[in-house]
Design a protein around this ligand. Structure first.
Ligand SMILES: [Zn+2]
Ligand SMILES: [Zn+2]
Length: 285
């Protein structure tokens, strides 16, 4: 299930809503289009209802690692697939439940930005740990337990971090989303070294959708990874926070109202397979 994300327009600061898969956003206030760069761990925060008497800089943001994706396993005689969308706490503490349940999907999360003045708890879990945990979950659902595993692949996976806001009142820790008491303060919460303030390198980057070749506006669907410039007839994709040109070709139709569907052209190199039939060819492509 896709997250629904709130963030501020990079041009005018107005609120913008987008889905997790979206890259292109258009601000309804300033009408500026921006392309979101996803080049590092995405950080989200659950919306809080922390009481006004608690200073915003005293809020503690606790990290949960989120894995979303498909796991394919070739095991025994079966090819199994499992769609996973799961969270797990990024630090092993007794106070908090091990997952966020359906909360990230049920609520509108916000991109972590410099408006959050609270402390962020450092996580111990890395992206590798969360992939290993996802593998264990896939194995738990497997029908071919004990059979030889030939291959396992993650397809379309994303790993992100969702912060749960917490606050302390009279020595009791509260869940800042539900305003519910969780228990007494634990030592890790008072250790300054276990937390950091917002870091500039976490800031989500946005690119103006201006064609690098001719300066015209580029177009695409909200979830497009390729943007089109209809002025100089070029296609562009984001790479290392820049738009780079993507070569394309087309099969020209005789009918003017034709809609052209895009396909990726992928060059494949393979060794050790004898290609004698068309079926052999399909196996490697
Ligand atoms: Zn705007
Ligand atoms: Zn152009």
């Amino acid at each position: 299930m896709n997250l629904s994300i709130n963030h501020s327009c990079p041009s005018c600061g107005a609120p913008i809503q987008m889905k997790e898969v979206d890259r292109l956003t258009t601000c309804v206030f300033c009408e500026v289009k921006n392309y979101m760069v996803v080049d590092s761990l995405q950080r989200f925060v659950l919306p809080d209802k922390v009481p006004e008497q608690i200073a915003r800089e005293d809020i503690i943001y606790f990290p949960y690692m989120r894995f979303k994706g498909n796991i394919f396993s070739c095991q025994g005689r079966e090819v199994e697939s499992k769609v996973l969308d799961t969270t797990h706490k990024g630090l092993d503490v007794a106070l908090l439940s091990s997952t966020l349940g359906v909360r990230p999907q049920a609520m509108k999360v916000h991109l972590v930005d410099d408006n959050l003045s609270g402390r962020f708890v450092r996580r111990k879990d890395t992206a590798v740990t969360i992939l290993q945990r996802a593998t264990l979950l896939a194995e738990a659902f497997s029908q071919s337990e004990g059979e030889t595993l030939f291959h396992r692949a993650f397809i379309g996976e994303t790993v992100s971090c969702v912060y749960l806001p917490l606050y302390i009142k009279d020595g009791i820790v509260y869940d800042g989303v539900l305003n519910r008491a969780l228990g007494e303060v634990e030592p890790w919460m008072e250790d300054e070294k276990s937390t950091v303030r917002y870091r500039q390198e976490w800031k989500t980057k946005f690119l103006a959708t201006i064609c690098p070749q001719c300066g015209a506006d580029m177009y695409g669907e909200n979830d497009s990874l390729i943007l089109h410039c209809y002025s100089c007839n070029t296609c562009w994709a984001e790479k290392s926070s820049k738009f780079v040109r993507v070569p394309y070709s087309q099969v020209v139709s005789q009918t003017p109202e034709t809609v052209y569907l895009p396909f990726w052209r992928i060059e494949v190199e393979t060794r050790g397979i004898r290609m004698q039939t068309f079926a052999d060819f399909l196996k490697v492509t």
